[in-house]
Write a protein that binds this ligand. Structure first.
Ligand code: NAP
Length: 261
């Protein structure tokens, strides 16, 4: 029987890789993001190479009730979602009080509200069927506070905490929940976050998106609650857990400040 995976943020970076990996494993894929042209091109390539069904849904997940819109699209088309990958997200580099509030609010709506709402909608259906897999993309940022990207780190703390709690609640119902926590990864994220002057990508080991996505996919299949790809990222997360809070937040500040004052 064919299974279906829904991937948000499938138009670039990690989401695009997840779509390719899942289609390669025989999943039909529902591709969600704002850039319809990119999604159409990806869907055509996936259908050609893997012969699976694809569905494209152009949606801005910062909008109120965006998750419901996605859910109703799948209901209307009679599609059962077996795998949900909540991947869409963005960051914003700089001092919080100097930032554009609308952008910060959009970030919360996308990284937090839509993600949680999609877990709620599809998680319920998965529990009713006694099977499902959810993977939420957090970050190593989920393990620490992040001066110079304060709201972004806070959203990823939320994603990690929500996912860990749901992993416990939903395991007896046959549903696994995995938080994938990448470190710096080569995608459009840095540019979209205006983080070129941050030391985050310059001074750190940057992984390629395919490696991170393959790692996440394997850990999701294994039903792991938390997955941190890469030795350097694992070491950073361990340090963040063990070191005093004042050391961690000031160290993150120094790294992120980079060339900025
Ligand atoms: N790259 C890293 O270093 C890194 C590290 C840790 C965690 N992450 C997380 O990984 C996830 C994927 O990011 P990425 O690195 O692959 O970056 P990316 O290349 O910028 O991809 C972001 C994806 O999210 C989609 N998206 C952005 N705003 C959206 C909106 N309003 N509605 C719907 N979709 C939207 C984008 O598509 P459209 O623009 O077409 O809408 C795109 O497909 C994010 O949650 C990010 O926080 C990234």
């Amino acid at each position: 029987m064919y299974k279906t995976a829904l991937i948000t943020g499938a138009s670039s970076g990690l989401g695009r890789e997840f779509a390719d990996i899942l289609a390669g494993e025989g999943y039909n894929v529902i591709l969600v993001a704002r850039s319809k042209d990119k999604l159409d091109d990806l869907a055509a390539a996936i259908e050609k190479y893997y012969g699976v069904d694809t569905y494209v849904l152009a949606a801005d997940l910062t909008r109120k009730d965006a998750a419901k819109y996605v859910y109703e699209f799948t209901k209307h088309n009679d599609i059962t979602v077996d795998v949900l990958i909540n991947n869409a997200g963005f960051g914003d580099y700089g001092h919080f009080i100097d930032s554009d509030w609308n952008r910060q609010e959009d970030m919360i709506n996308l990284n937090v509200t839509s993600l949680a709402h999609l877990c709620h909608l599809y998680g319920g259906d998965m529990a009713d069927r006694g099977f499902g897999r959810i993977m939420n993309i957090s970050s190593i940022a989920g393990f620490m506070p992040g001066p110079m990207m304060a709201n972004y780190y806070a959203t990823k703390n939320y994603v990690l905490a929500l996912s860990e709690a749901l992993a416990v609640e939903m395991r007896p119902l046959g549903v696994t929940v995995t938080a994938l926590c990448p470190g710096p990864t080569d995608t459009n994220f840095e540019e979209n976050a205006n983080a070129k002057s941050s030391g985050l990508f310059e001074g750190m080991y940057v992984m390629d998106a395919r490696t991170v996505a393959e790692y996440g996919y394997a850990k999701m299949l294994a039903g792991k609650a938390v997955a941190v790809p890469g030795v350097t990222n694992k070491a950073l997360v361990t340090t963040a857990k063990l070191a005093p809070g004042s050391f961690v937040r000031n160290m993150v500040y120094l790294i992120q400040k980079g060339r900025r004052g």
